[in-house]
Design a protein around this ligand. Structure first.
Ligand code: NAI
Ligand code: MG
Length: 497
């Protein structure tokens, strides 16, 4: 095997002050690409068919782990977006809003089952286009996608019992814009509740990760979903803007950066459009002295290194109680030295590729600023592949609340470590952020969990776990993390009148 992974090749790896014994090496365990059929070019999915863009423009999607060009993707202009919205409106008026909830549910169940049947294909394609490790796309992303469709399929014929009035009505056409960190999962979070409630959609995947959304379009065909109920238009910011500003879009749902979220809120101000925004985060993962340390270390690793840290609810600030800080950091470093960085399709890979050159540049820049501002940077010895976009798992100690790496979303595998002495100080430091999406608490005391949870200004608070997602549980933020909730019964509200 070409050695492209962390420190496991040598029997002893010197990791700062920690010496790691690695007793064995891993054999390569590549998942086969043969199951996916990537076409050389893709059109737009409008009214149930793949069509060319009217402007004829296109862009490339690449594999971030190799920089190999995967496919040429049509770029939707204003006229294409208009055609998609018109198709969605027709399908809404003539078919989907007239159909009984039970009938709509049947389509959603069918989609969920097809996703399960084609799970490996989706997982491999997601890992190729996005760079995330196959064990995550296979064990987290795709199963959670299917679970989302199953969950909202179950609501479709029970909306009158959902707590939003005796006869809740859909909004109409939903314009949905999603990011690149969980491409298929964010599609499911957007499309499943919208369709269950009787809306039709025009969805734009992110420009670096369009392929699983286009495979999902094929699933819609396979499920015989009426044409126009789901439309997928590809493109970058201008395509997203065309969706947001289209006069016949009734609802905008967005997940992405706080800056674009702000621009969208401005663009629709004064219109009738409803909006939900799922934006950034800078979550505190809070470890108390009475926590089970090994489990907490696993939770810290999962909190920040899962999905290369490209997670809006990532535990990017570790708040550790001073009395155990040295021990936690020592064990964390030892654990980090065993993380395997490399080929996303290798089943033993823990950390895959950074999604794009732009994102890598941002992570590098903020990390350099962290050093310049005086924080101490540490990574385990880590040989990175020669091609593609990579960043080693990294921690910063000696971080203060004023440092940019403590305040800004890095959206990469970079953890800022801060200490505290008392629970009150932990709350104050955790809440000292413009964001408010998630938080984690590690302690043996149930009473402390409840005391903390009631004081943390975060939409999701995990206790003795982190980054757990379930379709039955609402997800969303406070402050600059956005507004509205996705998931669970609460998630229906965003798509009902
Ligand atoms: P972005 O917010 O630009 O992209 C998200 C989606 O919005 C993409 O589909 C993009 O094409 C679309 N978009 C861009 N400009 C638009 C506009 N003016 N109107 C409508 N749609 C538009 O995020 P980007 O640039 O990829 O990442 C920048 C930073 O944003 C990241 O470093 C990270 O901090 C944060 N981010 C947060 C995410 C989250 O899950 N909350 C997801 C992705 C990025
Ligand atoms: Mg890509």
């Amino acid at each position: 095997m070409a050695k492209k992974v962390v420190s496991t090749g040598s029997t002893t790896a010197k990791t700062g002050s920690t010496t790691v014994q690695a007793g064995f090496d891993y054999a390569p365990a590549p998942e086969s690409r043969a199951i996916v059929d990537i076409k050389s070019s893709y059109g737009l999915f409008i009214n149930g068919e793949f069509v060319d863009s009217t402007g004829g423009n296109s862009f490339k999607t690449i594999s971030p782990s190799t920089e190999e060009v995967l496919a040429e993707i049509a770029e939707a202009n204003d006229a294409d977006v208009d055609a998609a919205v018109r198709a969605a409106r027709r399908a809404y008026t003539r078919v989907w809003s007239k159909m009984s909830g039970a009938e709509r549910g049947k389509y959603l169940y069918r989609i969920a089952r097809i996703i399960q049947e084609r799970a490996r294909e989706f997982a491999v394609l997601e890992s190729i286009d996005n760079g995330k490790p196959i064990k995550e796309s296979r064990d987290v992303d795709v199963p959670t996608v299917a679970a989302h469709f199953f969950y909202y399929a179950g609501w479709a014929d029970k909306l009158e019992f959902s707590g939003f009035g005796p006869d809740p009505k859909p909004l109409g056409v939903a314009g949905q814009i999603i990011p690149w960190n969980f491409p298929l999962l964010m599609l499911a979070w957007k499309i499943a509740p919208a369709l269950a409630c009787g809306n039709t959609v025009v969805l734009k995947p992110a420009e670096t990760t369009p392929l699983t959304a286009l495979l999902f379009a094929e699933v819609c065909q396979q499920a015989d979903l009426p044409p126009g109920v789901v439309n997928i238009v590809t493109g970058a910011g201008p395509t997203g803007q065309a969706i947001v500003s289209h006069p016949d879009v009734d609802k905008v749902a967005f997940t992405g950066s706080t800056d674009v979220g702000r621009a969208i809120a401005k663009a629709i101000a004064g219109t009738e459009k409803k909006v939900t925004l799922e934006l950034g985060g800078k979550a505190a993962n809070i470890v108390f002295e009475d926590s089970p340390v090994d489990q907490a270390v696993e939770g810290i690793v999962n909190g920040i290194f899962f999905n290369q840290g490209h997670v809006c609810c990532a535990g990017s600030r570790l708040l550790v109680q001073e009395s155990v800080a040295d021990e936690v950091l020592e064990r964390l470093k030892r654990r980090m030295a065993t993380l395997r960085v490399g080929d996303p399709l290798d089943k033993n890979t823990d950390i895959g590729a950074i999604n794009s050159a732009e994102q890598l540049a941002k992570i590098r820049e903020l990390s350099e600023i962290g050093e310049l501002e005086g924080a101490e940077r540490w990574s385990p010895p880590c040989e990175l592949p020669a091609h593609g976009f990579w960043f080693p798992p990294t921690i910063f100690t000696g971080v203060t609340a004023a440092h940019r790496i403590a305040r800004e979303e890095i959206f990469g595998p970079v953890l800022s470590v801060i200490t505290f002495r008392t629970p009150a100080e932990a709350v104050e430091k955790a809440n000292n952020t413009p964001f408010g999406l998630s938080a984690g608490i590690w302690t043996e005391k149930g009473s402390r969990i409840l005391w903390m949870a009631s004081r943390l200004r975060a939409g999701v608070v995990w206790a003795n776990t982190f980054n757990r997602f379930d379709p039955t549980s609402p997800f969303g933020g406070y402050k600059e993390s956005g507004y509205g909730r996705e998931g669970g019964r609460h998630g229906l509200e965003a798509y009902l009148r």
